[in-house]
Design a protein around this ligand. Structure first.
Ligand SMILES: Nc1ncnc2c1ncn2[C@@H]1O[C@H](COP(=O)(O)OP(=O)(O)OP(=O)(O)O)[C@@H](O)[C@H]1O
Length: 535
């Protein structure tokens, strides 16, 4: 099942020596195991029906039972527990109890249900998946405001990732999850977070969600507020204005949503206190764990979330092996949830490769296809901010209602570009990879990879801006001679999601490693003399 991962992230490896401090820091939690257990013990006394059972099971599990529900057990902590299982099994050999039989039946039912929804889990005692949202109330005592909001938002039934990740997080289990783009991962972590927090409180910062970009952090904040309507939660986005405060050491809120960079600044310069955080979500986790800047930025944040009873979770549509490896070594008795096949493109997107010959050919192909049929909204990805500006200039020249977003714009300009596109004021949005992940634009009909993506993961996230929440979408990827050696990876992804690919592309030699970001000629139809004359 996970073969795709090897070509998807070929060449990316995690340097354990270099990041030894990260490993040892996360392992600190194991030292605190006893206190964490004690904490959950108190919690279970006032818990709702199934929570109480789960907490009791959790205590029991830690001292006695290990049960691998499905798949193989990949977690170190479970290995530790294995010998004790036999003891309990020995006892039960005398005459299996009624409860044990019922548990086995439930396990079988869960297995069948997961098979139906393509849910794959590994870990010990994985909670049963949700059949309906109503079960949130029956099993976990969900407040009526939340059920009301789910209905208001038009969510009739949980998506596969929600069916499994929500009960896992409601059972205080750490979780790393991989599910296709547009499959509802945001709700999968927001819903249990709101349920666990129950009511607003002035007890410091209680939950943190990290997102790789400001746009995604703002979108997640909006979604969170919609879902929390009717409950007075204090939900805050870490904005520049907030960062300007002289001192954040007394700052409190129920949920804080931020990019790693801003939160790191708040820790360093404003002494924000994250020691009471009970829930930490790393959205687009593989991006956050990318070796380099991002990893440097999340490191102090995760370190500052020092509450021993914290529940951490990782979500993404792409989960490379090195992130899984890291997750396994840092998380405690986590549950791994994979929907469908790991690291694949969404099946609801019709994907096409178009040979454009040269850079000039691309612009002609684009303008021609717009002249024949422009079916907005359309998102166009290019490889750099310079190219985004150039293409914007060309489309504006052709009177196409286009917007542009890249890292050189001010935050207001970036927000405006997104808002105009959402509102239909612009039909085409030209973007760099800054909005390739997580952004949920309703009904994007087509994604055009004007510049070939620099990795298979980038391809999956870019085209995933279309074909969301069960809708269909289209993705067109232009390639030139320079891109041919890199075609095979993308072609394999296309084939895996049921699209037709010419056999010569699949027969191309395998390429290992390296991001593909060639130097490209500038985007312009104007003769060079003409542009000089205008200056
Ligand atoms: N249970 C549901 N029923 C119907 N629609 C849903 C449900 N849950 C979420 N959605 C909708 O699905 C869309 C995609 O959700 P979301 O943005 O959470 O996807 P995602 O899996 O996080 O995607 P990405 O990997 O691109 O970040 C949103 O418009 C959201 O409102």
């Amino acid at each position: 099942m996970e073969k795709g991962a090897s070509f998807l992230f070929a060449g990316v490896s995690f340097d354990k020596k270099k990041f030894a401090s990260d490993f040892s820091r996360f392992k600190e939690k194991k030292k605190n195991e006893t206190s964490a257990d004690d904490f959950s013990l108190f919690k279970s006394e006032e818990a709702e029906p199934e929570e109480a059972t789960v907490s009791a099971k959790k205590r029991k599990r830690k001292s006695s039972v290990t049960e691998t529900v499905e798949g193989f057990n990949v977690f170190k902590s479970s290995k530790k527990l294995a010998p004790v299982v036999n003891k309990e099994n020995d006892k039960e050999e005398d005459g299996p109890s009624k409860a044990k039989k019922e548990l086995n039946r439930q396990t079988e039912r869960d297995t069948l249900f997961r098979k139906k929804y393509n849910i794959h889990v590994s870990g010990t005692n994985v909670p049963s998946p949700l059949k309906t949202f109503a079960e949130l109330s029956l099993r976990y005592g969900c407040d009526s405001y939340l059920l009301h909001n789910l209905a208001e938002l038009g969510y009739k039934e949980p998506t596969p990732i929600q069916r499994q990740a929500i009960p896992v997080l409601l059972s205080d289990r750490e979780c790393f999850a991989c599910a296709p783009t547009g499959s509802g991962k945001t709700l999968a972590f927001l819903c249990p977070m709101l349920m666990k927090l129950k009511h607003t409180s002035k007890d410091g910062i209680r939950a943190v969600i990290l997102c790789p970009t400001r746009e995604l952090a703002a979108q997640t904040t909006r979604e969170c507020k919609k879902l929390a309507r009717g409950n007075k939660f204090n939900i805050k986005l870490m904005k520049k204005e907030l960062l300007r405060s002289a001192d954040l050491s007394k700052f409190s809120c129920d949920i804080l949503i931020s990019t790693p960079l801003r939160l790191r600044l708040a820790i360093r310069k404003k002494k924000i206190d994250l020691s009471r955080v009970e829930h930490l979500v790393l959205d687009e986790a593989d991006k956050l764990f990318e070796v380099g800047n991002m990893l440097k930025q999340i490191d102090p944040v995760v370190k500052a979330c020092s509450n021993p009873s914290i529940t951490r979770s990782l979500f993404s549509a792409t989960l490379p092996d090195f992130v899984e490896e890291l997750a396994r070594s840092i998380m405690h008795d986590a549950v791994r949830v994979i929907i469908g096949r790991k690291n694949t493109a969404s099946e609801s997107i019709k994907q096409k490769l178009v040979f454009a010959g040269s850079e000039e050919g691309k612009l002609l192909a684009l303008c021609q296809s717009f002249a024949e049929s422009l079916n907005p909204p359309v998102l166009i990805f290019v490889q750099s901010k310079e190219r985004a500006k150039e293409l914007y200039g060309e489309l504006a020249f052709d009177n196409i209602r286009a917007g542009v977003i890249h890292a050189d714009l001010s935050q207001t300009q970036r927000d405006d570009a997104v808002d105009d596109f959402r509102a239909g004021k612009t039909w085409v949005l030209i973007a760099t990879d800054v909005i390739a992940r997580g952004m949920d634009f309703k009904g994007v009909n087509c994604v055009i990879n004007y510049d070939f993506p620099d990795s298979a993961a980038a391809y999956i996230h870019r085209i995933g801006r279309s074909g969301r929440a069960g809708r269909s979408g289209e993705a067109i990827t232009f390639y030139t001679e320079d891109d041919i050696p890199f075609l095979r990876n993308i072609a394999n992804l296309m084939k895996a999601s049921g699209c037709e690919v010419p056999s010569w592309i699949l027969a191309l030699p395998k390429l290992k490693g390296k991001k593909h970001r060639p130097r490209r000629d500038s985007i312009s139809t104007k003769p060079k003399d003409d542009s000089i004359a205008k200056q």
